[in-house]
Design a protein. Structure first.
Length: 366
């Protein structure tokens, strides 16, 4: 019988100077973000600024899940509409030719019950934010602050702004490379594989009802499984170095239907699966990702002008916008509570947009 670690409120451990470090991270991100605003005269996200496709889909919770994974949102076999925003990780708008971490933000609609953030407690949505890498290389706020301070130092120099745009927040691994703290594996300059074949991860832990887990989403139907690791055609890249990721998503969904599977990796051992260090990959041989739900996307237009504006300027995705049963855990998660709020409110304020949580999937423009 597997020993799943039970969730308790004291499973998280406050770090020394945590509040101070968090404030420094968030202030620094906000300063760099203001430079980006000046560059574009439009406010963009502090991270994951560029969207590549906005999809309407369905999250189908599996029937007959065993008790340990039938938790929180996954308690009953229901189907929910979702909005998914694919992005790349920079806090700037750069050509797609730079291979950087990719994001998959999921907004589940129709979720009843009080939500964690007081200002959104009545919303009927719940967000999951995932990136196509199993861990966050700067897995603690201390490491994150060091990387962020280096980014800001470079951003202070006007002439470096362009370069910074390329290097800032391009996935922390790349950030470290950019500031000389890690090997640059040279993947930066090579376009990555097909974006629809990637597997996406929460990177760090969250509460999973009575337990603790990391979450992932991986290709399930054969057509997207076949895209995993698949090189993008040179001609498609050459045709549009700026926006070929947008193009390959749009052309897939002209006629394609895709299925992905959501899984939960439950913590079974706090030593090898720590909560306070997001850079540790939880060993799958000790605890595999267990299937909990299916995501289905039918043919649709994934990047209409109205959809892009709605997803980029109106919507916000926030890991703390969730049922209390899915609260993010660990110091690298806790700093996100303030960071997302700051980024989102600045963006909405500067673009004179009201922040809205959808009540229904019909609010997503076609
Ligand atoms: C721990 C793993 C992390 C994951 C999986 C993750 C994932 C994501 C994703 C997918 C988005 C795009 C959301 C969208 O489409 O609107 C995003 C945005 C963002 N991320 Fe993260 N992220 C992580 C860590 C962090 C950390 C440590 C910080 C800062 C301390 C951070 C700051 C931000 C900010 C400020 C935004 C933009 C929010 C907005 O303006 O709405 N992220 N992240």
């Amino acid at each position: 019988m597997t020993n799943y670690i039970p969730y308790s409120d004291n499973i998280e451990v406050q770090q020394s100077d945590e509040q101070q470090i968090n404030n420094k991270i968030v202030e620094s991100m906000a300063r760099v973000n203001r430079l980006m605003y000046e560059k574009h005269r439009h406010a963009i996200r502090d991270a994951h600024a560029k969207s590549h496709g906005i999809l309407k889909g369905e999250l189908q919770i599996y029937d007959n899940l065993p008790e340990h994974i039938a938790q929180g949102l996954f308690k009953s076999p229901r189907s929910y509409p979702v909005i998914v925003r694919f992005s790349t990780a920079q806090g700037s708008i750069m050509p797609d030719k730079m291979s950087v971490f990719r994001g998959m933000a999921i907004k589940v609609i129709g979720v009843e019950g009080e939500k964690l953030l007081p200002e959104l407690s009545d919303a009927v949505t719940q967000d999951f934010l995932l990136v196509n890498y199993p861990i966050i290389p700067t897995g603690t706020i201390k490491e994150y602050l060091a990387a962020q301070e280096n980014i800001e130092k470079m951003a202070d120099s006007g002439e470096l702004l362009q370069q910074i745009g390329q290097k800032a927040a391009v996935g922390v691994q790349k950030v470290l490379a950019a500031v000389g703290l890690a090997d640059d594996t040279n993947q930066l300059s090579a376009p990555g594989p097909h974006i629809l074949g990637d597997t996406y991860f929460s990177m760090a832990a969250l509460r999973y009802g009575d337990y603790v887990a990391k979450i992932n989403v991986k290709p399930l139907s054969e057509n997207v499984k076949a895209l995993a690791g698949q090189k993008i055609d040179d001609q498609i890249i050459d045709n549009d170095e700026h926006a070929f990721l947008t193009e390959i998503i749009a052309s897939f969904f002209q006629s394609g239907t895709a299925e992905y599977e959501m899984g939960a990796q439950l913590c079974t051992d706090l030593d090898s699966m720590p909560i306070e260090d997001g850079s540790v990959q939880w060993p799958e041989e000790k605890s595999p990702y267990q299937p909990v739900a299916k995501l289905v996307f039918h043919p649709q237009e994934t990047f209409s002008a109205a959809r892009r504006v709605y997803a980029d300027d109106v919507l916000s995705f926030n890991p703390f916008h969730c049922l209390p049963e899915h609260r993010p855990l660990g110091n690298i998660m806790r700093v996100r509570r303030l960071a997302y709020e700051r980024s989102s409110s600045y963006r909405h304020h500067m673009n004179a947009q009201e922040r809205g949580e959808p009540q229904s999937i019909d609010e997503l423009p076609e």
